[in-house]
Design a protein around this ligand. Structure first.
Ligand SMILES: NC(=O)c1ccc[n+]([C@@H]2O[C@H](COP(=O)([O-])OP(=O)(O)OC[C@H]3O[C@@H](n4cnc5c(N)ncnc54)[C@H](OP(=O)(O)O)[C@@H]3O)[C@@H](O)[C@H]2O)c1
Length: 290
């Protein structure tokens, strides 16, 4: 299969790049902002005018600066919504399959239990709203042959993320305050990348046609930011005390949902996936960082 991966320089994009070095089953094309700028409708049209055949498109690119999005709503909308609509239109016109990555931030965080794909989204910040509009554009444009994968709390050895920030802070300070009343499901980008490769080899994905559906993916288990930080320090032998802090005491430009733990039951059953716990994958990631 000819597979296009958009967002090659991000955490997920780089994790896919790393994996496919030893994977010669498909022909991959990976693009970044330089080749395909999702904020420009002309750039998208121009790219697909000259690269018109793909079996599968995986969109890992997004505007993910949650706080900045509050002031750059138009730009976030162009990348997370309007560009996604164009990608879906292109995929539809060429009978290509589209895997689009979305977020737990489409939820308001008020659930007391794990979020199911059938739960009603109700984003509470601009980033979440633009990502939800992107999902809706895919669902409206492609009734078949797309999957939307919502993921959460992504970490990896690449780029900037919570794990790398904690490693830096933990080596500089003896004590830090970390929010303890937001809970979610951490996702090692490498696990998502591996499972995307499983999915594209799965019979359910390789049917000539299947109805477009939403799935949730993260590592197994859930945690709070403060317990996540404690585990990072424990596994990397950093002697830094974590003091739990309430969200109220740590105001941010964009409001964050309190609980976005995702149920993985649907995706594991549908594509026969085995997903490791976040603690197990955190160990693996820390080995890569070291
Ligand atoms: N990170 C998280 O905690 C998290 C949580 C939930 C869901 N997600 C979703 O997971 C997916 C992957 O996220 P990630 O963590 O890999 O994000 P990331 O590391 O920030 O990567 C996003 C990529 O998108 C690219 N991009 C941004 N604007 C672009 C534009 N105008 N044109 C083309 N490319 C553009 C960036 O390019 P540059 O490198 O050039 O800036 C970057 O490489 C996204 O859909 C995100 O919404 C992430």
């Amino acid at each position: 299969m000819k597979i296009l991966v958009i967002g090659k320089n991000g955490q997920l994009g780089r994790s896919i790049q790393k994996l496919i070095l030893n994977f010669d089953r498909h022909e991959f094309t990976l693009v970044g902002r330089e080749e395909l700028d999702l904020s420009s409708s002309e750039s998208i049209s121009k790219y697909f005018d000259t690269h018109s055949y793909f079996d599968v498109i995986i969109n890992c690119a997004a505007y993910i600066a949650v706080d900045r999005a509050e002031k750059e709503a138009d730009l976030a909308d162009k990348i997370n919504h309007l560009a996604v609509k164009k990608l879906a239109e292109f995929a539809n016109s060429k009978n290509a399959k589209l895997i689009h990555i979305s977020t737990d931030y489409v939820f308001d965080g008020q659930n007391e239990s794990l979020y199911l794909e059938s739960d009603n989204p109700n984003p509470i910040n601009v980033y979440g709203k633009t990502k939800l509009l992107g999902e809706k554009a895919v669902l409206e444009t492609m009734s078949n042959n797309s999957i939307i994968i919502r993921t959460s709390w992504v970490f990896s050895e690449f780029g900037n993320n919570f794990v790398k920030t904690m490693l830096k802070l933990g080596s500089e300070k003896n004590e830090i305050n970390v929010v303890s009343d937001q809970v979610g499901s951490p996702t090692y980008a490498s696990d998502l990348a591996k499972n995307l490769l499983h999915i594209i080899s799965n019979d359910n994905f390789n049917k000539k046609s299947f109805p477009t559906e939403i799935f949730h993916f993260s590592n197994m288990g859930e945690t709070s930011w403060s317990d996540f930080a404690k585990e990072i320090f424990k596994l990397s032998n950093l002697n830094c005390k974590v003091t739990p802090l309430s969200t109220e005491k740590y105001p941010t430009t964009a409001v964050r949902p309190k609980n976005t733990t995702l149920s993985k039951e649907k995706i594991t059953n549908h594509f026969k996936l085995q997903i490791p716990s976040w603690q197990q994958s955190l160990k693996e990631c820390l080995n890569e960082v070291m």
